[in-house]
Ligand binder design. Structure first.
Ligand code: ZN
Length: 328
């Protein structure tokens, strides 16, 4: 059995484990109180006997290191992962992320106190600046104290209005338009605990300077009124304009329109003040940039790549593809 399991693919292992879990759940559901007590006592006995088992050499647990390298994109993988999973054997080529500006680069790489704290808490710092929030069609709350977060069904990102309702604290995107710089830092540190104002200040300056969404929204805010809304087009620039760029979006991809005007089904529209949260399609160009501003600090499209194809004469052609084309 150990040999059979060691040669299993990831997919096979997941299938087997899911079947096992289902079987166990069915058996336990039909157990009476006496049977349950007997089983728990036997489990406890087994655990106390097994304290000297060497898990590290167990073929089910020891999956080795990431030593296999893809010949096409040089990504490293484990032996259980199939060869084409990274780049479809060279067919897909992702653009590299651009090196961040000096302050963020230093925080990511240096070893002084603030930088180490930043690296240990990088998700918290991203949360200070994310413009969208996380949601799912069904969340499962464990009874009692269980530090487990489970979701079922679909996971998505949501976005609210540009300003909070009166008497509500600004959250996510709304913080970018609060009073002055210091008020924004204070609000971010209040929303996310154990963050250092000096670090938040540096990142905030960087995003106000470089992030095209922040810049576009701030520009739009100066002109906003309740009869208008701001739209981030899903993928394409309006017809007749320049061809779509694949790096930082142009300001024309964020536009102000009349609240009653029609928009594309995948476009994101933001009202000045509202309590409506809107779902963002995962194929929207801004999906990643709005949620992970520390990765996409310029507001770059999160999901676009080049498809490399070899035609019958042996010539290699590359074609730029966005998330929309990919899912279409
Ligand atoms: Zn690859």
């Amino acid at each position: 059995m150990a040999i059979a399991r060691a040669s299993e693919t990831v997919e096979e292992r997941c299938r087997r484990q899911a079947a096992n879990a289902q079987r166990t759940a069915t058996a336990r559901a039909s157990e009476n109180t006496e049977e349950r007590c007997r089983r728990q006592a036997a489990d406890a006995q087994r655990i106390s006997n097994s304290s000297n088992i060497c898990y590290e050499s167990d073929p089910l647990i020891a999956i080795g290191r990431m030593t296999l390298e893809c010949n096409f994109c040089q990504v490293l993988r484990w032996k259980g992962e199939s060869p084409g999973m990274c780049c479809s054997n060279g067919k897909i080529r992702l653009h590299s992320l651009q090196a961040p500006p000096e302050h963020l680069y230093t925080l990511l790489t240096a070893d002084y106190s603030d930088a180490v704290h930043f690296q240990d808490n990088v998700r918290k710092y991203n949360a200070c600046f994310q413009m969208t929030s996380f949601g799912s069609t069904k969340e499962i709350r464990e009874a009692g104290f269980m530090p487990t977060f489970k979701v079922q069904g679909q996971v998505y990102h949501r976005i609210g209005s540009l300003q909070p309702l009166r008497n509500e604290e600004p959250k996510f995107l709304q913080i970018y338009f609060v009073g002055d710089k210091d008020k924004q830092i204070e609000q971010r540190c209040r929303n996310i605990s154990n963050t250092r104002p000096s670090i938040v200040s540096q990142i905030q300056d960087m995003l106000h300077q470089h992030n095209s969404y922040v810049k576009s929204f701030k520009y739009a805010m100066e002109k906003m009124s309740p009869e208008l809304k701001v739209v981030i087009y899903a993928d394409k620039t309006p017809s007749g304009q320049h061809e779509r760029r694949y790096n930082a979006p142009e300001t024309s991809e964020v536009a102000i329109i009349l609240a009653g005007d029609k928009q594309g089904s995948g476009d994101i529209s933001l009202e000045l003040r509202s309590n409506r949260m809107k779902k963002i399609a995962e194929t929207h160009r801004a999906y990643d940039a709005l949620q992970y501003p520390l990765l996409f600090w310029q507001g770059e499209d999160g999901y676009n790549f080049e498809l490399r194809q070899t035609n019958p004469t042996g010539e290699i052609t590359t074609k730029k593809i966005s998330a929309m084309d990919f899912y279409a």
